[in-house]
Ligand binder design. Structure first.
Ligand SMILES: NC(=O)c1ccc[n+]([C@@H]2O[C@H](COP(=O)([O-])OP(=O)(O)OC[C@H]3O[C@@H](n4cnc5c(N)ncnc54)[C@H](O)[C@@H]3O)[C@@H](O)[C@H]2O)c1
Length: 387
């Protein structure tokens, strides 16, 4: 297990001279130089991906964003000023004209499939934002195509790279929280202008798979208590029960109506003689001894070593993507992981449509999409193509 709780190597921190980790890094700087493109340079690209890329460049990662696609000129000119890179209003032209080593797809959910497929067909590795697509059938097509063309496809599951979840994974993998029996989680999306399950809870569904393995059955009950979803998503609060292929069980509660103040996210994993908790993707505690006390890892104020880019997991995610392009690492999150997380989400929607019935995985993509979309539309949701 690493003895650092973040990206900055502990020896750099301890030396004091380079607490920000910006000193010359011969290993990183010797890596192959890569040119990326970004499709859909909107709020998330500008607030999460670019700052993470900047931070990686600052610690000597040889990567640049050569070009980006965006349809709004005002935003595009600002991005050129702030982050650089050539602006294209047509993503297809960007793919054709730039010699890109990889593309990050950050467009709206409805466009993920079309944008990722265009890149894969051009042989360009893709990192696509979550959810991987807006239908299981599209997600399946993307993953199968990437496999056929032997092009890396990764999905954004940034929490997997966040230090507390990374370490939780190690504790579940090699003990003391090995062979877990149960996961209990809460997620407080806290706002209703996006879809409760698709836009937020999918992160926790992915973390559940990350820590516990594949999901075998899903049962979900939900309520539209306050009828205020601006996108008319059918429910505003839900509880999902999961049964994992390992035989372990899980329960996740999620809400779009309570405020998203902290603590807004909590994951607990229970094993034999030990359990762990991750609070707000920030503090990890392991309880493995009645007498010895518990162990907690959390960033200590004044927090100089903790960068949001890093704690949000985006730095780790993008560095992994770059190393996958170089053939130097395996992806921590594959296209198929994005597919499976989305499949658990669709299973929740099917269970909701069937009034809390147990839904068994794997799902048949077209059938499952048809039933889930019919349920969404019956509640007045504008449908997957209306974004
Ligand atoms: N990982 C996370 O923590 C996280 C958090 C929030 C949102 N997201 C996801 O990130 C993605 C982007 O979110 P956002 O809020 O920035 O979305 P957004 O819809 O506000 O922005 C997407 C941008 O893509 C542009 N775009 C769409 N189609 C295009 C095309 N054909 N060519 C060029 N540009 C195009 C749009 O004009 C817009 O500027 C979404 O999929 C969202 O679900 C991820």
């Amino acid at each position: 297990m690493e003895d650092t709780y973040g990206h900055t190597p502990p020896e750099k921190a301890i030396e004091g001279a380079d607490v920000y980790g910006v000193g010359f890094d011969p290993e990183r700087s010797a890596r192959k130089e890569l040119r990326l493109g970004i499709i859909g340079a909107g709020p998330v690209a500008q607030s999460k991906h670019w700052p993470a890329l900047r931070r990686l460049q600052t610690i000597w990662e040889p990567v640049s964003v050569a070009a980006f696609a965006l349809r709004t000129p005002g935003q595009a000119h600002k991005i050129e000023r702030v982050f650089g890179g050539r602006w294209y209003d047509d993503f297809a032209r960007m793919i054709a004209e730039e010699r890109l080593d990889g593309v990050i797809v950050c467009s709206s959910d409805e466009s993920h499939a079309a944008h990722a497929i265009a890149c894969i067909e051009a042989g360009i590795p893709v990192l696509v934002e979550k959810p991987i697509a807006r239908s299981l059938a599209d997600a399946f097509r993307m993953c199968s195509l990437a496999e056929r063309h032997n092009v890396p496809l990764m999905t954004v599951a940034n929490k997997r790279y966040s230090p507390p979840y990374r370490r939780a994974k190690e504790l579940v993998g090699s003990g003391p929280v090995a062979n877990p029996a149960m996961l209990v989680a809460k997620f407080n999306l806290g706002y209703d202008y996006v879809d409760l399950l698709e836009s937020g809870t999918i992160h926790i569904l992915d973390i559940a798979r990350f820590l516990m393995g594949d999901v075998r059955t899903v049962r979900c009950v939900g309520v539209d208590r306050y009828h205020r979803s601006r996108r008319r998503y059918p429910i505003d609060n839900a509880v999902c029960q999961l049964e994992f292929a390992s035989g372990a069980i899980g329960a996740i509660s999620t809400s779009s109506t309570a405020l998203s103040f902290k603590p807004w996210e909590r994951v607990e994993v229970y094993a034999e003689g030990a359990w762990l908790e991750v609070d707000d993707q920030w503090r990890l505690t392991v309880h493995d001894s009645e007498l010895g006390g518990s162990r907690t890892w959390e960033p200590a104020p004044p927090n100089t070593l903790m960068f949001d880019e890093e704690f949000g997991g985006f730095m780790g995610l993008i560095e992994n993507f770059l190393q996958v392009i170089r053939g130097a690492e395996r992806p921590v999150v594959t296209g198929w992981d994005g597919y499976r997380a989305y499949e658990v989400l669709v299973a929740c929607e099917l269970s909701l449509a069937r009034k809390g019935a147990v839904v068994r995985l794997p799902l048949e993509p077209e059938e499952a999409d048809a039933e889930a979309h019919a349920w969404l539309r019956s509640a007045g949701w504008p449908g997957p193509s209306a974004g």
